[in-house]
Unconditional design. Structure first.
Length: 478
């Protein structure tokens, strides 16, 4: 149960970790960034014989933090609130949904909330600003079996045996209730819609929350804690357990049974990385418009889990990330990291999710990426994946998008971060004749993508400019 929230002041000497306000010109967009502590008490759960969550320990004190990015003038607020389960895989809070969807959020004047999801990131937050984050508390008040923590250095396993990951479920419930209470206090509860979202490992958190908590008290089984869900880059071979002890028994060969009950809109979006790996193929299920199963899944051809745009460019000059020595980097042997920008598709899907939730407008359907018997993606004559959600980058290509890379000085594949192979000047000329003709084809392909529902009209000129830039880079290369 939430006790209180406490605003963490922002000034010239102290600001939130990995602040977005400077990167994206909040002043120009009419946005502000705020940060809060949430103080409360949470239960620790375990699974009973009926596969239900039951209380193992009750009323454990906690203090977590969340970040808010919102219109400066609340009168402009759209009524849409997106809560991102911040990704903790890199041992720091990564706001990947914000990175990929901020244009759409700010265009529409949505509120974004990022909530810390795992005590693994405490070291990074304290290293960044110990005074600012000194109150954070995920303390486990009991003695833990240290034999179970032997594997704690694994990338997924918790690094702090003295903490408890399982406090998060009630924190998330507290957040959902807090938003509703705030909306009621502001007199806007009837027009506020809340969406839960996450990226990669955070999708596994999202699925655990849905399975055990979202459609139970204090929420209605017919509406749940959130009005809609946006699950991106999900690692379906990973099941997040209810409590921390469960992490030490994890494997990465879990088979996700899929979404079986979903009375509110749910959109899953996958890159090529998850399509044939991480349980993506095994978790495939048909789109559904049934009242008890409102589900869409989209697989984006050309994209990989990590890309130059989302992992490298966004954090390139981030002083906060540099301060803690965790600047993301491309570790492939290949010269060019995958630069497929899936923010265009993400923005369109966020738009469709909101229209589905608020107006009941069904989103488009798309073919899945085609695979062979070994679950390798089928490719066209350029080496690009066939099927899936296709944008002008794929339909009028200037490069081959590969869904893996080889780690430096290794024969091991990095299945999360692919590479690209730009076409030769000769191939470009034979295909398009020159940049003028290429520009015409890109414009036509962009219009087609808008008609199909996978590109927003307001993103068209931006995409065309990016495609022309990539073409010119090849023409001008030595």
């Amino acid at each position: 149960m939430l006790d209180r929230i406490e605003k963490i002041e922002i000034n010239k000497d102290s600001h939130p970790f990995a602040t977005a306000s400077g990167k994206l010109d909040f002043e120009k967009n009419g946005y502000i960034e705020e940060e809060f502590y949430m103080h409360g008490a949470a239960n620790i759960y375990k699974e009973d014989d009926k596969k239900k969550a039951v209380i193992q320990h009750s009323d454990i004190p906690y203090c977590n933090r969340f970040i808010v990015r919102r219109p400066k003038e609340l009168s402009k607020f759209s009524g849409n609130v997106f809560v991102e389960i911040l990704n903790a895989t890199a041992r720091m809070d990564i706001d990947r949904i914000w990175v990929s969807c901020n244009r759409q959020f700010m265009w529409d004047n949505d509120i974004y909330i990022g909530i810390t999801s795992k005590p693994d990131v405490l070291d990074a937050l304290l290293a960044f600003d110990e005074k600012r984050y000194a109150k954070l508390n995920w303390q486990y008040p009991f003695t833990r079996d240290t034999d179970k923590t032997a594997n704690r250095n694994h990338v997924i396993y918790p690094v702090h045996p003295e903490c408890e990951t399982g406090l998060f479920w009630d924190m998330l419930t507290d957040m959902a209730l807090l938003i509703r209470q705030w909306a009621e206090k502001e007199g806007i509860s009837e027009r506020v819609c809340c969406y839960l979202t996450g990226w990669s490992q955070s999708v596994s958190y999202l699925l655990t929350y849905i399975r055990y908590f979202s459609f139970l008290k204090p929420f209605s089984r017919d509406t749940g804690a959130f009005d809609g869900y946006f699950a991106a880059g999900g690692v379906n071979s990973l099941k997040i357990p209810l409590n921390q002890d469960g992490f030490y028994e994890l494997s990465m060969d879990y088979v996700n049974p899929g979404i079986v009950y979903m009375p509110v809109p749910y959109i899953a979006v996958q890159t090529e990385s998850e399509n044939a790996h991480f349980g993506g193929y095994e978790a495939r299920q048909d789109d559904s418009d049934r009242k008890d199963l409102l589900y869409r899944c989209y697989e984006i051809s050309g994209s990989t889990h990590d890309t130059k745009a989302t992992l490298l460019d966004y954090y390139k000059n981030d002083k906060d990330v540099k301060k803690i020595g965790m600047t993301p980097r491309y570790m492939g042997q290949e010269l060019y990291p995958n630069d497929y920008d899936y923010s265009y598709v993400f923005g369109a899907l966020i738009y469709h999710l909101k229209a589905w939730v608020r107006e009941g407008i069904l989103p488009p359907k798309a073919e899945r990426i085609l695979t062979d018997k070994e679950l390798n993606n089928r490719t066209d004559r350029f080496g690009n994946a066939t099927g899936g959600v296709r944008t002008p980058f794929i339909d009028v290509p200037t490069r081959t998008y590969c869904n893996f890379s080889f780690f430096n000085n290794s024969k091991d594949k990095n299945m999360l971060f692919g590479n690209v192979k730009p076409f030769s000047k000769e191939l470009l000329k034979s295909l398009y004749g020159g940049i003028d003709r290429y520009g015409e084809l890109i414009k036509d392909a962009s219009s087609k993508c808008i008609e199909e529902g996978f590109l927003l009209p307001e993103d068209k000129e931006l995409l065309i400019a990016e495609a022309l830039r990539m073409y010119k880079e090849i023409e001008e290369a030595n």
